[in-house]
Ligand binder design. Structure first.
Ligand code: BGC
Length: 555
Protein backbone atom coordinates (compact mmCIF):
# COMPACT_ATOMS: atom_id res chain seq x y z
CA UNK A 1 0.00 0.00 0.00
CA UNK A 2 1.46 3.32 -1.07
CA UNK A 3 0.67 6.49 0.88
CA UNK A 4 0.82 9.76 -1.05
CA UNK A 5 2.39 12.72 0.73
CA UNK A 6 1.67 16.15 -0.70
CA UNK A 7 4.51 17.93 1.16
CA UNK A 8 3.01 21.42 1.32
CA UNK A 9 0.02 20.10 3.25
CA UNK A 10 1.36 17.20 5.30
CA UNK A 11 3.17 18.52 8.40
CA UNK A 12 4.85 21.85 9.13
CA UNK A 13 7.81 21.27 11.45
CA UNK A 14 9.30 24.77 11.14
CA UNK A 15 5.93 26.46 11.70
CA UNK A 16 5.93 28.71 8.64
CA UNK A 17 2.50 27.61 7.41
CA UNK A 18 3.93 25.29 4.75
CA UNK A 19 4.58 21.56 5.20
CA UNK A 20 8.20 20.41 5.05
CA UNK A 21 10.49 17.40 4.92
CA UNK A 22 11.27 17.58 8.63
CA UNK A 23 7.52 17.38 9.25
CA UNK A 24 7.52 14.26 7.08
CA UNK A 25 10.37 12.80 9.13
CA UNK A 26 8.43 13.53 12.34
CA UNK A 27 5.47 11.56 11.01
CA UNK A 28 7.33 8.45 9.86
CA UNK A 29 6.23 6.55 12.94
CA UNK A 30 2.62 7.54 12.24
CA UNK A 31 2.98 6.05 8.75
CA UNK A 32 4.58 2.90 10.09
CA UNK A 33 1.78 2.53 12.67
CA UNK A 34 -0.77 3.11 9.94
CA UNK A 35 0.67 0.05 8.21
CA UNK A 36 1.79 1.43 4.84
CA UNK A 37 4.60 -0.23 2.85
CA UNK A 38 5.68 2.74 0.77
CA UNK A 39 5.28 6.48 0.41
CA UNK A 40 5.08 8.55 -2.74
CA UNK A 41 6.19 12.14 -2.21
CA UNK A 42 4.73 14.76 -4.57
CA UNK A 43 7.37 17.23 -5.87
CA UNK A 44 9.73 18.59 -3.25
CA UNK A 45 12.10 20.32 -5.68
CA UNK A 46 12.95 24.04 -5.80
CA UNK A 47 9.99 25.70 -7.45
CA UNK A 48 8.23 29.05 -7.69
CA UNK A 49 5.10 26.97 -6.83
CA UNK A 50 3.08 28.18 -9.81
CA UNK A 51 1.58 24.67 -9.80
CA UNK A 52 2.24 23.47 -6.26
CA UNK A 53 5.77 22.28 -7.09
CA UNK A 54 4.96 20.66 -10.45
CA UNK A 55 6.96 23.55 -11.91
CA UNK A 56 10.57 22.61 -11.20
CA UNK A 57 13.64 24.86 -11.33
CA UNK A 58 16.16 22.26 -10.15
CA UNK A 59 15.44 18.52 -10.27
CA UNK A 60 18.35 17.68 -7.98
CA UNK A 61 17.60 19.73 -4.90
CA UNK A 62 14.88 20.46 -2.33
CA UNK A 63 12.83 23.65 -2.18
CA UNK A 64 14.01 25.91 0.64
CA UNK A 65 10.46 26.04 2.04
CA UNK A 66 10.57 22.24 2.39
CA UNK A 67 14.12 21.92 3.76
CA UNK A 68 17.42 20.64 2.43
CA UNK A 69 18.87 17.68 0.58
CA UNK A 70 20.22 16.48 3.92
CA UNK A 71 16.63 16.43 5.23
CA UNK A 72 15.55 14.44 2.18
CA UNK A 73 18.35 11.94 2.74
CA UNK A 74 17.33 11.64 6.38
CA UNK A 75 13.73 11.03 5.31
CA UNK A 76 14.76 8.24 2.93
CA UNK A 77 16.95 6.59 5.55
CA UNK A 78 14.25 6.94 8.22
CA UNK A 79 11.63 5.46 5.90
CA UNK A 80 13.90 2.54 5.06
CA UNK A 81 14.62 1.91 8.75
CA UNK A 82 10.88 1.49 9.21
CA UNK A 83 10.48 -0.82 6.24
CA UNK A 84 8.89 1.83 4.00
CA UNK A 85 9.96 2.26 0.40
CA UNK A 86 10.17 5.78 -1.02
CA UNK A 87 8.86 6.90 -4.39
CA UNK A 88 9.23 10.49 -5.53
CA UNK A 89 7.62 12.44 -8.33
CA UNK A 90 9.57 12.81 -11.56
CA UNK A 91 8.22 15.73 -13.59
CA UNK A 92 9.68 15.18 -17.07
CA UNK A 93 7.04 16.79 -19.28
CA UNK A 94 7.73 20.37 -18.27
CA UNK A 95 9.99 22.49 -16.09
CA UNK A 96 9.52 25.92 -14.60
CA UNK A 97 9.93 29.15 -16.53
CA UNK A 98 12.58 29.86 -13.88
CA UNK A 99 14.62 26.73 -14.79
CA UNK A 100 18.10 27.84 -15.92
CA UNK A 101 17.73 25.92 -19.21
CA UNK A 102 14.56 27.83 -20.04
CA UNK A 103 16.08 31.17 -19.04
CA UNK A 104 19.03 30.33 -21.31
CA UNK A 105 16.62 29.42 -24.14
CA UNK A 106 14.84 32.74 -23.84
CA UNK A 107 18.16 34.58 -23.97
CA UNK A 108 19.67 32.53 -26.80
CA UNK A 109 17.07 33.35 -29.42
CA UNK A 110 15.34 31.52 -32.28
CA UNK A 111 17.16 28.57 -33.88
CA UNK A 112 19.62 28.11 -30.99
CA UNK A 113 20.42 24.73 -29.37
CA UNK A 114 19.11 26.24 -26.12
CA UNK A 115 15.67 26.71 -27.67
CA UNK A 116 15.77 23.15 -29.01
CA UNK A 117 15.49 21.97 -25.39
CA UNK A 118 11.86 23.19 -25.40
CA UNK A 119 9.13 23.69 -28.01
CA UNK A 120 9.58 27.12 -29.53
CA UNK A 121 7.79 27.97 -32.77
CA UNK A 122 7.00 31.01 -34.86
CA UNK A 123 3.51 32.43 -34.59
CA UNK A 124 1.02 32.51 -37.41
CA UNK A 125 -0.64 35.47 -39.09
CA UNK A 126 1.26 38.12 -41.05
CA UNK A 127 3.09 39.36 -37.95
CA UNK A 128 3.30 36.08 -36.01
CA UNK A 129 0.90 37.44 -33.43
CA UNK A 130 -1.28 34.32 -33.44
CA UNK A 131 -0.17 31.05 -31.76
CA UNK A 132 1.53 28.38 -33.91
CA UNK A 133 -1.58 26.20 -33.75
CA UNK A 134 -4.95 25.92 -32.01
CA UNK A 135 -3.88 23.83 -28.99
CA UNK A 136 -5.55 24.63 -25.67
CA UNK A 137 -3.82 24.08 -22.31
CA UNK A 138 -5.13 21.55 -19.80
CA UNK A 139 -5.46 24.38 -17.30
CA UNK A 140 -7.45 26.59 -19.68
CA UNK A 141 -6.43 29.21 -22.26
CA UNK A 142 -4.03 28.63 -25.16
CA UNK A 143 -1.14 26.14 -24.81
CA UNK A 144 1.29 28.69 -26.31
CA UNK A 145 2.78 31.78 -24.72
CA UNK A 146 4.51 34.48 -26.73
CA UNK A 147 8.05 35.44 -25.79
CA UNK A 148 8.63 39.14 -25.41
CA UNK A 149 12.35 39.76 -25.95
CA UNK A 150 14.38 42.97 -25.73
CA UNK A 151 13.31 43.90 -29.25
CA UNK A 152 9.64 43.09 -28.76
CA UNK A 153 7.34 40.10 -29.26
CA UNK A 154 8.93 37.11 -31.05
CA UNK A 155 8.48 33.28 -30.96
CA UNK A 156 5.98 31.28 -28.90
CA UNK A 157 6.65 28.37 -26.52
CA UNK A 158 4.46 25.41 -25.68
CA UNK A 159 3.01 24.62 -22.24
CA UNK A 160 0.46 21.83 -21.83
CA UNK A 161 -0.27 23.21 -18.37
CA UNK A 162 0.37 26.74 -17.04
CA UNK A 163 2.54 29.25 -18.96
CA UNK A 164 4.99 28.98 -16.05
CA UNK A 165 5.54 25.32 -17.08
CA UNK A 166 7.30 25.16 -20.47
CA UNK A 167 7.33 21.67 -22.03
CA UNK A 168 10.65 19.90 -22.60
CA UNK A 169 11.40 18.67 -26.11
CA UNK A 170 11.81 14.93 -25.66
CA UNK A 171 13.06 14.23 -29.18
CA UNK A 172 16.20 16.18 -28.28
CA UNK A 173 18.88 13.77 -26.91
CA UNK A 174 20.12 16.55 -24.60
CA UNK A 175 16.78 16.40 -22.75
CA UNK A 176 17.05 12.62 -22.48
CA UNK A 177 20.57 12.98 -21.06
CA UNK A 178 19.50 15.67 -18.59
CA UNK A 179 16.82 13.38 -17.15
CA UNK A 180 19.15 10.36 -17.10
CA UNK A 181 21.26 12.34 -14.66
CA UNK A 182 18.22 13.29 -12.59
CA UNK A 183 17.02 9.68 -12.38
CA UNK A 184 20.46 8.46 -11.35
CA UNK A 185 20.84 11.30 -8.85
CA UNK A 186 17.80 10.11 -6.87
CA UNK A 187 18.32 6.39 -7.37
CA UNK A 188 21.91 6.84 -6.14
CA UNK A 189 20.51 8.49 -2.99
CA UNK A 190 18.41 5.41 -2.28
CA UNK A 191 15.03 6.49 -3.63
CA UNK A 192 13.22 3.27 -4.60
CA UNK A 193 11.03 4.48 -7.40
CA UNK A 194 9.64 7.31 -9.48
CA UNK A 195 6.05 8.30 -10.10
CA UNK A 196 6.25 9.71 -13.60
CA UNK A 197 4.09 12.81 -13.99
CA UNK A 198 2.15 13.12 -17.27
CA UNK A 199 3.91 9.96 -18.44
CA UNK A 200 1.84 9.74 -21.62
CA UNK A 201 2.33 13.35 -22.73
CA UNK A 202 6.10 13.80 -23.17
CA UNK A 203 6.34 13.65 -26.96
CA UNK A 204 4.51 16.01 -29.31
CA UNK A 205 3.71 15.11 -32.92
CA UNK A 206 5.99 16.67 -35.53
CA UNK A 207 4.53 19.79 -37.11
CA UNK A 208 2.15 20.40 -34.19
CA UNK A 209 -1.07 19.49 -36.06
CA UNK A 210 -4.28 21.18 -34.86
CA UNK A 211 -6.76 19.26 -32.74
CA UNK A 212 -10.56 19.42 -33.10
CA UNK A 213 -12.15 22.38 -31.35
CA UNK A 214 -13.41 21.87 -27.79
CA UNK A 215 -16.81 23.60 -27.69
CA UNK A 216 -16.28 24.55 -24.03
CA UNK A 217 -13.12 26.55 -24.68
CA UNK A 218 -13.14 27.36 -28.40
CA UNK A 219 -9.56 26.01 -28.49
CA UNK A 220 -8.15 22.69 -29.67
CA UNK A 221 -9.00 19.77 -27.38
CA UNK A 222 -6.32 19.29 -24.72
CA UNK A 223 -7.54 16.17 -22.96
CA UNK A 224 -6.89 12.67 -24.20
CA UNK A 225 -8.44 11.08 -27.25
CA UNK A 226 -6.82 8.34 -29.33
CA UNK A 227 -4.77 10.02 -32.04
CA UNK A 228 -4.28 13.27 -30.08
CA UNK A 229 -0.94 14.80 -31.16
CA UNK A 230 0.55 15.08 -27.69
CA UNK A 231 -0.80 12.01 -25.90
CA UNK A 232 0.69 8.53 -26.20
CA UNK A 233 3.04 9.14 -29.11
CA UNK A 234 5.02 6.09 -30.37
CA UNK A 235 8.39 7.55 -29.28
CA UNK A 236 7.41 7.06 -25.62
CA UNK A 237 8.28 3.39 -25.82
CA UNK A 238 11.99 3.98 -26.38
CA UNK A 239 12.12 6.51 -23.55
CA UNK A 240 10.44 4.10 -21.13
CA UNK A 241 12.65 1.16 -22.12
CA UNK A 242 15.71 3.34 -21.63
CA UNK A 243 14.58 4.41 -18.14
CA UNK A 244 13.82 0.82 -17.26
CA UNK A 245 17.37 -0.15 -18.18
CA UNK A 246 18.70 2.55 -15.88
CA UNK A 247 16.48 1.31 -13.03
CA UNK A 248 17.25 -2.36 -13.62
CA UNK A 249 20.97 -1.54 -13.51
CA UNK A 250 20.61 -0.97 -9.76
CA UNK A 251 19.09 -4.40 -9.16
CA UNK A 252 21.79 -5.92 -11.39
CA UNK A 253 24.41 -4.36 -9.14
CA UNK A 254 22.55 -5.68 -6.06
CA UNK A 255 21.63 -2.18 -4.96
CA UNK A 256 17.91 -2.95 -4.73
CA UNK A 257 14.95 -2.70 -7.05
CA UNK A 258 14.08 0.67 -8.57
CA UNK A 259 10.56 1.01 -9.97
CA UNK A 260 8.55 3.34 -12.22
CA UNK A 261 4.85 4.17 -11.85
CA UNK A 262 3.12 5.96 -14.72
CA UNK A 263 0.60 8.70 -14.30
CA UNK A 264 -1.22 8.26 -17.59
CA UNK A 265 -4.77 8.68 -18.81
CA UNK A 266 -4.23 6.92 -22.12
CA UNK A 267 -7.27 5.07 -23.42
CA UNK A 268 -8.46 2.50 -24.29
CA UNK A 269 -7.09 0.31 -21.55
CA UNK A 270 -5.37 -1.95 -24.07
CA UNK A 271 -3.27 1.04 -25.18
CA UNK A 272 -2.39 1.89 -21.58
CA UNK A 273 -1.31 -1.73 -21.05
CA UNK A 274 1.53 -1.18 -23.55
CA UNK A 275 3.12 1.10 -20.92
CA UNK A 276 3.53 -1.92 -18.63
CA UNK A 277 4.68 -4.37 -21.29
CA UNK A 278 7.79 -6.35 -20.33
CA UNK A 279 10.82 -4.07 -20.25
CA UNK A 280 8.78 -0.88 -19.96
CA UNK A 281 7.27 0.60 -16.76
CA UNK A 282 6.40 -1.52 -13.70
CA UNK A 283 2.90 -0.20 -13.01
CA UNK A 284 0.53 2.53 -14.05
CA UNK A 285 -2.15 4.23 -12.01
CA UNK A 286 -5.63 2.87 -12.51
CA UNK A 287 -7.80 5.97 -12.47
CA UNK A 288 -10.89 3.95 -13.39
CA UNK A 289 -11.57 3.28 -9.73
CA UNK A 290 -11.34 6.97 -8.92
CA UNK A 291 -13.90 7.87 -11.57
CA UNK A 292 -16.24 4.88 -11.20
CA UNK A 293 -19.64 5.50 -9.64
CA UNK A 294 -20.54 3.87 -6.31
CA UNK A 295 -22.73 1.23 -7.90
CA UNK A 296 -22.22 -2.53 -7.77
CA UNK A 297 -22.50 -3.29 -11.49
CA UNK A 298 -20.14 -0.48 -12.48
CA UNK A 299 -17.63 -1.38 -9.78
CA UNK A 300 -17.59 -5.03 -10.75
CA UNK A 301 -17.15 -4.21 -14.44
CA UNK A 302 -14.38 -1.71 -13.59
CA UNK A 303 -12.56 -4.27 -11.43
CA UNK A 304 -12.91 -7.08 -13.96
CA UNK A 305 -11.76 -5.10 -16.93
CA UNK A 306 -8.66 -3.92 -15.09
CA UNK A 307 -7.75 -7.34 -13.71
CA UNK A 308 -8.22 -9.00 -17.09
CA UNK A 309 -6.26 -6.35 -18.99
CA UNK A 310 -3.38 -6.34 -16.55
CA UNK A 311 -3.23 -10.14 -16.57
CA UNK A 312 -2.53 -10.04 -20.32
CA UNK A 313 0.77 -8.28 -19.63
CA UNK A 314 1.55 -9.77 -16.24
CA UNK A 315 1.66 -6.38 -14.50
CA UNK A 316 -0.09 -5.76 -11.18
CA UNK A 317 -3.24 -3.61 -11.24
CA UNK A 318 -3.04 -0.57 -9.01
CA UNK A 319 -6.10 0.92 -7.33
CA UNK A 320 -6.54 4.65 -6.76
CA UNK A 321 -9.45 6.25 -4.90
CA UNK A 322 -8.07 9.75 -4.54
CA UNK A 323 -5.11 12.05 -5.06
CA UNK A 324 -4.13 15.71 -4.99
CA UNK A 325 -5.87 16.39 -8.32
CA UNK A 326 -9.45 15.41 -7.60
CA UNK A 327 -12.36 15.93 -5.23
CA UNK A 328 -11.84 13.96 -2.02
CA UNK A 329 -13.51 10.56 -1.94
CA UNK A 330 -15.78 11.33 1.06
CA UNK A 331 -17.26 14.28 -0.80
CA UNK A 332 -17.56 12.50 -4.17
CA UNK A 333 -19.49 9.66 -2.61
CA UNK A 334 -21.71 12.10 -0.74
CA UNK A 335 -23.05 13.57 -4.01
CA UNK A 336 -26.21 12.52 -5.84
CA UNK A 337 -23.94 11.43 -8.73
CA UNK A 338 -20.91 9.59 -7.37
CA UNK A 339 -18.96 9.11 -10.59
CA UNK A 340 -19.25 7.56 -14.02
CA UNK A 341 -21.06 4.37 -14.99
CA UNK A 342 -18.73 1.62 -16.19
CA UNK A 343 -19.14 -1.43 -18.36
CA UNK A 344 -16.52 -4.01 -19.33
CA UNK A 345 -15.67 -1.61 -22.18
CA UNK A 346 -14.93 1.18 -19.72
CA UNK A 347 -16.56 4.53 -18.98
CA UNK A 348 -18.84 6.26 -21.50
CA UNK A 349 -17.09 7.24 -24.73
CA UNK A 350 -17.60 10.97 -24.16
CA UNK A 351 -15.71 10.74 -20.86
CA UNK A 352 -12.73 13.07 -20.70
CA UNK A 353 -10.35 13.64 -17.85
CA UNK A 354 -10.25 17.33 -17.05
CA UNK A 355 -8.89 19.38 -14.21
CA UNK A 356 -12.43 20.39 -13.42
CA UNK A 357 -14.56 19.94 -10.36
CA UNK A 358 -17.19 17.85 -12.03
CA UNK A 359 -18.74 17.15 -8.62
CA UNK A 360 -18.79 20.62 -7.06
CA UNK A 361 -22.15 21.96 -8.26
CA UNK A 362 -24.01 19.10 -6.57
CA UNK A 363 -25.01 19.19 -2.88
CA UNK A 364 -23.01 17.00 -0.48
CA UNK A 365 -24.01 14.63 2.30
CA UNK A 366 -20.66 14.09 4.00
CA UNK A 367 -22.02 11.54 6.46
CA UNK A 368 -23.23 9.32 3.62
CA UNK A 369 -20.03 10.02 1.73
CA UNK A 370 -17.86 8.99 4.67
CA UNK A 371 -19.83 5.78 5.16
CA UNK A 372 -19.30 4.91 1.50
CA UNK A 373 -15.66 6.01 1.53
CA UNK A 374 -15.00 3.63 4.43
CA UNK A 375 -16.71 0.83 2.53
CA UNK A 376 -14.73 1.72 -0.61
CA UNK A 377 -11.45 1.69 1.34
CA UNK A 378 -12.06 -1.89 2.45
CA UNK A 379 -12.98 -2.83 -1.12
CA UNK A 380 -9.81 -1.19 -2.46
CA UNK A 381 -7.57 -2.83 0.12
CA UNK A 382 -9.05 -6.28 -0.52
CA UNK A 383 -8.33 -6.23 -4.26
CA UNK A 384 -5.22 -7.86 -5.75
CA UNK A 385 -2.39 -5.38 -6.41
CA UNK A 386 -0.97 -2.18 -4.90
CA UNK A 387 -3.41 0.37 -3.46
CA UNK A 388 -2.73 4.12 -3.26
CA UNK A 389 -4.01 6.22 -0.37
CA UNK A 390 -3.86 10.00 -0.58
CA UNK A 391 -2.92 11.72 2.70
CA UNK A 392 -6.01 12.41 4.81
CA UNK A 393 -8.13 9.64 3.31
CA UNK A 394 -7.26 7.60 6.38
CA UNK A 395 -8.82 10.41 8.44
CA UNK A 396 -11.96 10.51 6.29
CA UNK A 397 -11.33 14.16 5.39
CA UNK A 398 -13.91 15.75 3.11
CA UNK A 399 -13.11 18.18 0.31
CA UNK A 400 -13.12 21.73 1.66
CA UNK A 401 -15.71 23.03 -0.75
CA UNK A 402 -16.16 26.50 0.71
CA UNK A 403 -12.60 27.83 0.51
CA UNK A 404 -12.75 31.56 -0.18
CA UNK A 405 -11.66 32.34 -3.73
CA UNK A 406 -9.09 34.76 -2.30
CA UNK A 407 -7.31 31.82 -0.64
CA UNK A 408 -7.17 29.63 -3.74
CA UNK A 409 -3.81 28.99 -5.42
CA UNK A 410 -4.45 26.33 -8.05
CA UNK A 411 -3.59 27.68 -11.52
CA UNK A 412 -6.48 25.70 -12.99
CA UNK A 413 -8.86 27.96 -11.02
CA UNK A 414 -7.27 31.13 -12.39
CA UNK A 415 -6.70 29.89 -15.96
CA UNK A 416 -10.33 28.82 -16.24
CA UNK A 417 -11.43 32.27 -15.12
CA UNK A 418 -13.02 30.79 -11.98
CA UNK A 419 -15.34 28.54 -14.03
CA UNK A 420 -14.01 25.62 -12.00
CA UNK A 421 -12.90 25.79 -8.39
CA UNK A 422 -9.77 23.75 -9.05
CA UNK A 423 -7.94 21.40 -6.70
CA UNK A 424 -7.20 23.42 -3.56
CA UNK A 425 -10.11 21.85 -1.67
CA UNK A 426 -8.36 18.48 -1.48
CA UNK A 427 -5.01 20.05 -0.53
CA UNK A 428 -5.95 21.75 2.74
CA UNK A 429 -3.24 21.04 5.37
CA UNK A 430 -3.88 17.98 7.52
CA UNK A 431 -5.24 18.10 11.08
CA UNK A 432 -2.95 16.24 13.47
CA UNK A 433 -4.19 17.36 16.89
CA UNK A 434 -5.82 20.18 18.88
CA UNK A 435 -9.20 21.80 18.40
CA UNK A 436 -8.26 25.06 16.74
CA UNK A 437 -6.21 25.91 13.61
CA UNK A 438 -3.57 24.91 12.67
CA UNK A 439 -4.69 21.64 14.33
CA UNK A 440 -1.12 20.52 14.99
CA UNK A 441 -0.06 21.04 11.35
CA UNK A 442 2.41 23.61 12.67
CA UNK A 443 2.52 25.03 16.18
CA UNK A 444 0.71 28.32 15.65
CA UNK A 445 1.35 29.65 12.13
CA UNK A 446 -1.74 29.75 9.95
CA UNK A 447 -1.40 27.22 7.12
CA UNK A 448 -1.16 28.22 3.47
CA UNK A 449 -4.80 27.22 2.98
CA UNK A 450 -7.38 27.79 5.76
CA UNK A 451 -8.61 24.70 7.61
CA UNK A 452 -12.32 24.24 8.39
CA UNK A 453 -13.75 23.78 11.94
CA UNK A 454 -14.60 20.13 11.21
CA UNK A 455 -10.83 19.39 11.27
CA UNK A 456 -11.11 19.43 15.11
CA UNK A 457 -13.01 16.16 15.29
CA UNK A 458 -11.14 14.61 12.36
CA UNK A 459 -7.58 15.12 13.61
CA UNK A 460 -5.33 12.07 13.93
CA UNK A 461 -5.15 12.60 17.70
CA UNK A 462 -8.94 12.72 17.99
CA UNK A 463 -9.26 9.49 16.04
CA UNK A 464 -6.39 7.37 17.25
CA UNK A 465 -8.03 5.96 20.38
CA UNK A 466 -11.54 5.78 18.94
CA UNK A 467 -12.51 2.25 17.96
CA UNK A 468 -15.05 3.53 15.42
CA UNK A 469 -12.89 6.14 13.72
CA UNK A 470 -11.80 6.03 10.09
CA UNK A 471 -8.16 6.06 11.21
CA UNK A 472 -8.74 2.96 13.35
CA UNK A 473 -10.50 1.28 10.42
CA UNK A 474 -7.52 1.92 8.13
CA UNK A 475 -5.03 0.75 10.75
CA UNK A 476 -6.95 -2.43 11.37
CA UNK A 477 -7.44 -3.15 7.66
CA UNK A 478 -3.80 -2.47 6.83
CA UNK A 479 -2.63 -4.68 9.69
CA UNK A 480 -4.76 -7.53 8.34
CA UNK A 481 -3.66 -6.84 4.77
CA UNK A 482 -0.04 -6.88 5.85
CA UNK A 483 -0.23 -10.37 7.30
CA UNK A 484 -3.17 -12.20 5.67
CA UNK A 485 -1.92 -14.79 3.16
CA UNK A 486 -4.89 -14.14 0.84
CA UNK A 487 -4.25 -10.39 0.49
CA UNK A 488 -1.73 -8.47 -1.58
CA UNK A 489 -1.03 -10.02 -4.99
CA UNK A 490 -3.00 -12.98 -6.32
CA UNK A 491 -6.45 -13.56 -7.75
CA UNK A 492 -10.06 -13.12 -6.74
CA UNK A 493 -13.16 -15.18 -7.55
CA UNK A 494 -16.61 -13.63 -7.66
CA UNK A 495 -19.27 -15.43 -5.65
CA UNK A 496 -22.71 -15.25 -7.20
CA UNK A 497 -24.74 -16.00 -4.11
CA UNK A 498 -25.99 -12.43 -3.77
CA UNK A 499 -28.30 -10.22 -5.85
CA UNK A 500 -26.79 -7.75 -8.31
CA UNK A 501 -26.35 -4.84 -5.90
CA UNK A 502 -23.99 -6.77 -3.63
CA UNK A 503 -20.35 -7.40 -4.54
CA UNK A 504 -18.98 -10.58 -3.08
CA UNK A 505 -15.61 -12.15 -3.86
CA UNK A 506 -13.31 -14.63 -2.25
CA UNK A 507 -9.55 -14.95 -2.22
CA UNK A 508 -7.57 -18.00 -1.23
CA UNK A 509 -6.97 -19.05 1.44
CA UNK A 510 -10.21 -18.47 3.29
CA UNK A 511 -10.89 -14.76 2.72
CA UNK A 512 -14.14 -13.13 1.64
CA UNK A 513 -15.08 -9.52 0.93
CA UNK A 514 -18.71 -8.45 0.81
CA UNK A 515 -19.76 -4.95 -0.25
CA UNK A 516 -23.44 -4.18 0.20
CA UNK A 517 -24.54 -1.38 -2.11
CA UNK A 518 -28.16 -2.53 -2.18
CA UNK A 519 -30.85 -0.64 -0.31
CA UNK A 520 -31.38 -3.40 2.26
CA UNK A 521 -29.28 -5.36 4.77
CA UNK A 522 -27.92 -8.75 3.68
CA UNK A 523 -26.90 -11.88 5.58
CA UNK A 524 -23.32 -13.04 5.93
CA UNK A 525 -22.32 -16.14 3.98
CA UNK A 526 -22.93 -19.18 6.14
CA UNK A 527 -20.17 -19.94 8.62
CA UNK A 528 -18.28 -16.70 7.82
CA UNK A 529 -16.74 -14.61 10.57
CA UNK A 530 -16.19 -10.87 10.34
CA UNK A 531 -12.57 -9.74 10.49
CA UNK A 532 -13.06 -6.05 9.70
CA UNK A 533 -16.26 -4.11 9.00
CA UNK A 534 -16.58 -0.58 7.65
CA UNK A 535 -19.73 -0.07 9.78
CA UNK A 536 -21.35 -2.05 12.60
CA UNK A 537 -23.53 -4.98 11.63
CA UNK A 538 -27.22 -4.61 12.46
CA UNK A 539 -28.83 -7.71 13.95
CA UNK A 540 -25.95 -9.73 12.52
CA UNK A 541 -26.66 -8.48 8.99
CA UNK A 542 -24.54 -6.24 6.74
CA UNK A 543 -26.27 -2.88 6.27
CA UNK A 544 -26.28 -0.71 3.14
CA UNK A 545 -23.04 0.99 2.05
CA UNK A 546 -20.95 -1.33 4.18
CA UNK A 547 -18.02 -3.63 3.40
CA UNK A 548 -17.01 -6.59 5.55
CA UNK A 549 -13.89 -8.71 5.39
CA UNK A 550 -14.57 -12.30 6.29
CA UNK A 551 -12.82 -15.45 7.35
CA UNK A 552 -14.61 -18.22 5.53
CA UNK A 553 -15.47 -21.56 7.00
CA UNK A 554 -13.21 -24.26 5.54
CA UNK A 555 -15.08 -27.09 3.79
C1 BGC B 1 -0.13 16.33 -11.55
C2 BGC B 1 -0.81 17.63 -11.32
C3 BGC B 1 -0.06 18.69 -12.08
C4 BGC B 1 0.12 18.31 -13.55
C5 BGC B 1 1.14 19.14 -14.21
C6 BGC B 1 -0.36 16.14 -13.03
O1 BGC B 1 -0.87 15.18 -13.57
O2 BGC B 1 -0.65 15.27 -10.80
O3 BGC B 1 -0.92 17.97 -9.98
O4 BGC B 1 -0.74 19.90 -12.02
O5 BGC B 1 0.54 16.99 -13.68
O6 BGC B 1 2.39 18.83 -13.69
Amino acid sequence: MVYQIYPRSFADANNDGIGDVRGMIDKLDYLKDLGVNAVWVSPWYPSPMADGGYDVTDYCDIDASFGTLADADEFVVGAHERGLRVLIDLVPNHSSEAHPAFRAALGAGPGSPEREMFHFADGTGSDGSRPPNNWGSLFGGPAWERVVGPSGPEQWYLHMFAPEQPDWNWVNPAVVALFDDVIRFWFDRGVDGLRVDVADGLVKATGYPDTPIDPDTGLGIASFYPGHPWWNQPELEAIQRHWREIGDGYADRHLGERIFVCEANTKPLDALMRFVDAGRMHTTFNFDMLWCEWEAGSLRAMIDRNLVSHATVGAPTTWVLGNHDCTRVVTRYGKPETGRPFTLDGPPAEWQYRFADYFTPMPTDNELGRRRARAAALLELALPGPAYIYQGEELGLPEVEDLPDAARQDPSFFRAGGRTKGRDGCRVPLPWSATTPPYGFGTDAQPWLPQPPVWAELSAAAQVGDADSTLTLYRRALAVRGTHPALGDGALAWGDTYPGKVLYFTREPGFGCLVNISGAPVDLPSGAEVVVASAPLVDGRVPTDTTVWLTLASD
